[in-house]
Design a protein around this ligand. Structure first.
Ligand code: MIC
Ligand code: SF4
Length: 644
């Protein structure tokens, strides 16, 4: 039996464990990336490991999230990351150079290589035929130090793309259709692998858009074959030598198969407050809008900007609408200027923002009260935009641009004939905003520049034999990391200060939670299905750790967050009978007897609800490595003890 494309790359990189479905495998990581919002903590962790130089083929530190500098904190963090990068052999992408995933795709992605990044949208580089996975900062720090990255050998889902998209229907509509079919938990434990004759009709940036939003499916990653189109893109980036053809074997076997006929798709929209609440634009009617934002790592490529500039050309943004455009990278912005696209966008009245995440993470451009905002982004969770009662709709750049002119949600097919949008044979290449690290022999002279807001990693403790604490919070299904540890311009500057950022933990659900959890001294959180979906931010585990949370009992967990909990030494327990969830209340005392030995010996774990006199069977599937991590109090302690 042949191998799928993902299996070929995984197999050639497996350094620990047996290559068996459902089992944990350790894979060698060729490249890593970090961004600033997760990067400071990842580098604090890397420093704590005491390794001089990174051991990967390429590690890049990007500054793209915390770019609004309304106090000293973000600028201090940027400076800290720049100095760590210089000292430890890491390339540094300076603020202004662009969004990590867009820049990495342009300048560093290589087919057949493995990449992990401390950002959940790292799978964007799957568009280049890489195995690219989002992970917690601590996992990335370990990979930088040469350690393997562990995943459960996932199921492989084949999405066969047939035919060709109709005019004005775009790559975003493909992934929105898949989200409509599979939901935000449909990809958990799976890799989505694309094939079919429709693949060759899609450019690399379009493939990247699809892989990017595979994160919203909860998938481990998504991947496209590396073909002539990939070669063309790499050559245009002056990197033809990085090309390597890759596809699945003809007799590869998949766990699941999905067929998408591209010619049948129409413009789609994800309605508030979930990326899988997808409808056809034509179904929604002329929804009045207040704001349009074009950009983010999903849709900020030159190709996207070509379409937007064409639609806006000679027009004016509707008087009731504010249009913001953030190009994905310095290369995109430069070429927009060179090709005359920028002039068209500015003339139409767009507010052109710097090449960064910006409004996507609530770094400015929060909508008005009850505002309706159309965004080309990937997440529309409640409150993420910075305005709690705003309604965010996720759309393609084509839908966004035409709607910005008309003032209501509009179908771009009304524009009639579509010109051919073709990427240039050569991109403008200027890597002057990527600072190279100091040579290893001079690295010891580099001073690390630490601002006063940068605090240490929180204190962890080895797993106790018995736990008896109160339930400090009960939450529902699909709780996102944006609920657990909100982002936005006010809170993001605290990412390197766990005691301070913890004061905002679960702010959206219950502002009193941090105070209550701290005063209890130890507690358990109870959650529903898909707990911790969304971002990779390990702060959603580190803040609860600081607040004394010992375990989370949920109906099920999202992949990265579950790993982050284990990395922080917090037990991720799953109800075996989901109905038990209904009988727990905040304030109940929950006890776990002999928990350490039950975990080590794979015995049934039982939670006693002392208040109600009930017993709950819970499960906690762990590899031996994970058991050791939990027993020692987290991955940092585990790594340090392995290095001794
Ligand atoms: C996001 O889109 O939610 C983020 C901000 O990029 C996060 C990372 C973070 O919280 O810093 C992600 O996707 O992992
Ligand atoms: Fe940045 Fe938004 Fe992409 Fe996250 S999803 S990396 S915040 S652009």
């Amino acid at each position: 039996m042949g191998l799928t494309l993902a299996e070929k790359i995984l197999k050639s990189h497996t350094v620990d464990g047996d290559f068996v479905k459902g089992k944990e495998i350790g894979i060698k990581i060729d490249q890593t990336l970090t961004q600033d919002a997760t990067g400071t903590m990842a580098y604090i962790e890397f420093e704590a490991m005491g390794i001089d130089q990174v051991k990967t083929e390429r590690s890049v530190a990007y500054i793209d999230h915390n770019t609004l500098q309304s106090g000293f904190e973000n600028a201090d963090d940027h400076r800290f990351i720049a100095s760590v990068a210089k000292k430890h052999g890491i390339y540094f992408s300076r603020p202004g150079n662009g969004i990590c995933h867009q820049v990495h795709l342009e300048r560093f992605s290589i087919p057949g290589k493995t990449l992990i990044g401390s950002d959940s949208h790292t799978p964007t580089c799957g568009g280049m035929g890489m195995i690219a996975i989002g992970a917690g900062g601590l996992d990335v720090a370990v990979a930088m130090g040469g350690g393997a990255y562990y995943i459960t050998y996932p199921k492989i889902v084949n999405v066969e793309l047939k035919g060709k998209l109709s005019p004005w229907v775009s790559a975003k509509d493909i992934i929105l259709e898949i989200l409509r079919r599979l939901s935000v938990k449909g990809g958990v434990g799976k890799i989505i692998e694309y094939s079919g004759d429709g693949v060759k009709t899609l450019s690399v940036p379009e493939r990247a858009t699809i892989c990017n939003m595979g994160a919203e499916l909860g998938a481990t990653t998504s991947i496209f074959p590396s073909d002539e189109t990939t070669f063309g893109f790499l050559k245009a980036q002056g990197r033809g030598h990085d090309y390597f053809p890759l596809s699945a074997d003809y007799d590869a076997e998949y766990d699941e198969k999905i067929l998408i006929n591209l010619s049948e798709l129409e413009p789609m929209v994800a309605c508030p407050h979930s990326p899988d609440n997808v409808k056809k634009v034509s179904e929604l009617g002329k929804l009045k809008i207040d704001q349009v934002c074009i950009g983010s790592c999903t849709n900020s490529s030159l190709l996207d900007m070509m379409k937007v500039a064409h639609i806006l050309s000679g027009k004016t943004v509707h008087p009731d609408v504010s249009l913001a455009v953030s190009p994905g990278s310095k290369q995109v912005l430069t070429m927009m200027a060179e090709l005359g696209l920028l002039e068209k966008i500015i003339s139409a009245g767009a507010r052109v923002l710097e090449s960064a995440c910006g409004p996507c993470i609530g770094m400015g451009q929060s909508p008005n009260s009850k505002g309706v905002s159309l965004r080309t982004f990937n997440r529309n969770f409640e409150g993420r935009s910075g305005t709690k009662d705003a309604k965010i709709y996720l759309v393609s750049p084509e839908v966004a641009a035409v709607s910005a002119i008309l003032g209501y949600l509009a179908d771009p097919r009304e524009l009639g004939e579509m010109p051919e949008f073709k990427l240039p044979d050569e991109f403008s290449i200027n890597d002057n905003m990527i600072t190279l690290p100091e040579s290893p022999d001079k690295a010891s002279e580099v001073e690390i520049l630490r601002g006063p807001n940068i605090k240490e990693y929180p204190v962890t403790e080895p797993l106790k034999s018995d736990i008896s604490v109160k339930c400090s919070l009960k939450v529902g299904d699909n709780i996102t990391t944006d609920h657990i540890m909100p982002a936005g311009a006010k809170i993001l500057p605290l990412r390197s200060n766990i005691p301070e950022i913890s004061k905002h933990c679960f702010e959206i659900c219950d502002p009193k939670f941090p105070e209550r959890a701290l005063s209890l001294g130890g507690s358990i959180i109870v959650g529903g299905v898909n707990y911790g979906q969304g971002s990779s931010r390990e702060h959603a585990a580190l803040a609860p750790l600081y607040l004394g949370v010992k375990a989370v009992i949920a109906k099920s967990f999202a992949r990265i967050h579950r790993q982050n909990l284990i990395n922080a030494g917090i037990l991720p327990l799953e109800f075996m009978d989901p109905d038990d969830y209904d009988t727990v209340d905040e304030g109940d005392t929950l006890s776990l007897d002999d928990i350490k030995s039950n975990i080590l010996n794979d015995r049934q774990i039982t939670v006693k609800n002392e208040t109600k006199g009930l017993l709950y069977n819970v499960k906690c599937e762990l590899s031996n490595r994970m058991k050791d991590i939990l027993c020692l109090g987290g991955l940092l302690e585990y790594t340090k003890s392995n290095l001794k």
